[in-house]
Design a protein around this ligand. Structure first.
Ligand SMILES: Nc1ncnc2c1ncn2[C@@H]1O[C@H](COP(=O)(O)OP(=O)(O)OP(=O)(O)O)[C@@H](O)[C@H]1O
Ligand SMILES: NC(=O)c1ccc[n+]([C@@H]2O[C@H](COP(=O)(O)O)[C@@H](O)[C@H]2O)c1
Length: 433
């Protein structure tokens, strides 16, 4: 009678932040292994890399672990393990596997020979983890196989010269085994074919094809957040909330992270069709906004929206009650010191003129002020003149749906300055976000 091998899946990586695909990897692997009838996946472990790994944009362990814990709230059979990320130095993956194998063996042995209390003292940390979810070998003495769970890119990184020791690669595929989830741009079968050592142990390597292909990557998610784009449905909501609350990944002004979806019966939500009600020739506004003083900035923005006479607008659902018209309108989420860079060569001697280039990072429909310096005269903006060249290439409005609903920005010209001398024009097109 063929026996069924119990399997624990270990995923190592940055988890910066943990994405829905990281969670899905476990589901895909468990399905595939269980389907063979030879394996029974009983637990999953996520082991985030330590800060000393030093990867670009890696946020501190404390945050990555907190996000993993939040994301795992609904994943009953997967748990976070902090051993690796608590190490002062980076630990090679083969050592991490070896650590967990010893831990699993300890648990097996202690469960046979010791009382639960003794075991608890000896392996207190592991047991704390056990208490939070199912754990291998807790109830029986069967052999458990520990396997490294990874994506196709990690497998192919075996081929990067100097990154992995040959003996580590052999140790991993020979003594543990790999479960590899296909990922866009990788071809694990071909990679195995081309590697002598991987071919030798290929019965220990499981390629799981993800047919519902996706390109979720933590790098792309960080990029999207930096650019003020929505990442909803790519990360768990709780993780998005955590990122917002802790201002991670340089996204202090990301409107998508800052709002909750207003309820449909909220009276001042602007439907898409009201775009037609908005007059097309809003007069440009000349206002100086002090970006270093956020209270003043918000007040000024509020006044600005009043002056604009925006007919209807979406309001921040978390804002204080009060007159609804034009309050709390998010005009330009990119107007923050973080996202503004001033051209040092600007001429402070001519206040009121366009003195430098303002680089704005924001929704694609927002024009870069750098472009404006060539296509739109600052004098005209100051004088409130319309510049036809501006209208030609710029979207009047680009209808788009977001989880916020929709919002028309009516602000044309906003003067933004960090000091009196460094005045720069920010130029927002009429945009639907
Ligand atoms: N979309 C994906 N498909 C398959 N595997 C993935 C996917 N995203 C991540 N993985 C795998 O998850 C593990 C941990 O990945 P990691 O934390 O490095 O995520 P990442 O998205 O690759 O991050 P980054 O973009 O910051 O390099 C790796 O084995 C990686 O291959
Ligand atoms: N020689 C090694 O053991 C080795 C080399 C490169 C990456 N890794 C691991 O692979 C994972 C890859 O993570 P990233 O894709 O986020 O860099 C990390 O857990 C890292 O520790 C291990």
């Amino acid at each position: 009678m063929s026996s069924v091998t119990k399997v624990v899946l270990l995923a190592c990586g940055s988890f910066n932040p943990i994405t829905n695909m990281h969670l899905r990897m476990f589901e895909l692997a468990r399905d595939a292994l269980n389907r063979t009838g030879r394996y029974n996946v009983i637990a999953g472990i996520i082991s985030p890399v330590c800060d000393a790994y030093g990867k670009k944009e890696l946020v501190p362990t404390k945050h990555r672990c907190a996000m993993i814990s939040l994301a795992l709230k609904t994943a009953k059979w997967i748990r976070l393990d902090t051993w690796e990320c608590e190490q002062p130095l980076w630990t090679e993956t083969a050592r991490v596997l070896s650590h967990f194998r010893v831990e699993l063996e300890n648990q097996m042995n202690t469960s046979i020979t010791e009382t639960p209390n003794k075991k608890r003292r000896k392996n207190r940390k592991i047991d704390e983890e056990i208490d939070r979810g199912p754990c291998p070998n807790h109830h029986d003495n069967d052999q458990v196989s520990l396997k490294l769970l990874c994506g196709g890119d990690l497998l192919e990184s075996f081929g990067t010269p100097g990154l992995w020791k040959d003996e580590d690669i052999e140790d991993i595929v020979r003594n543990y085994g790999l479960v590899c989830i296909t990922r866009g741009g990788t071809d694990p079968k071909k990679f195995i074919y081309e590697s002598d050592v991987l071919s030798k142990y290929q019965e220990n390597i499981f390629i799981v094809t993800e047919w519902i292909t996706n390109e979720i990557s933590a790098t792309k998610i960080r990029r999207a957040m930096r650019r003020g784009e929505s990442v909803k449905y790519l990360l768990q909501d709780s993780v998005i909330d955590y990122i917002r609350e802790n201002q991670l990944y340089g996204i202090p002004d990301n409107k998508y992270l800052d709002y909750t979806l207003p309820s449909p019966d909220q009276p001042n939500i602007m439907p898409m069709d009201c775009l037609e009600d908005v007059p097309n020739d809003t007069h440009p506004i000349d206002l100086e906004i002090d970006i270093n003083d956020s209270y003043k900035k918000n007040k000024q923005i509020e006044n600005l929206t009043r002056t604009c006479n925006i007919p209807r607008c979406i309001s921040n659902p978390r804002s204080s009650p009060g007159p609804k018209i034009c309050q709390n309108v998010e005009i330009e989420p990119t107007l923050s010191p973080k996202h503004l860079s001033f051209d040092e060569t600007s001429n402070p001697a001519s206040p009121g003129k366009h003195l430098g280039n303002l680089d704005m990072v924001g929704p694609s429909s927002t024009r870069k002020a750098a472009d404006i310096s060539t296509s739109n005269s600052p004098k005209r903006m100051l004088d409130g003149e319309e510049d036809e060249t501006y209208h030609v290439g710029s979207p009047k409005h680009v209808p788009c749906m977001t989880d916020l609903g929709s919002l028309v920005r009516r602000v044309r010209n906003v003067r933004v300055g960090s000091t009196k001398e460094t005045r720069v024009f920010a130029f927002t097109t009429e945009t639907c976000v």
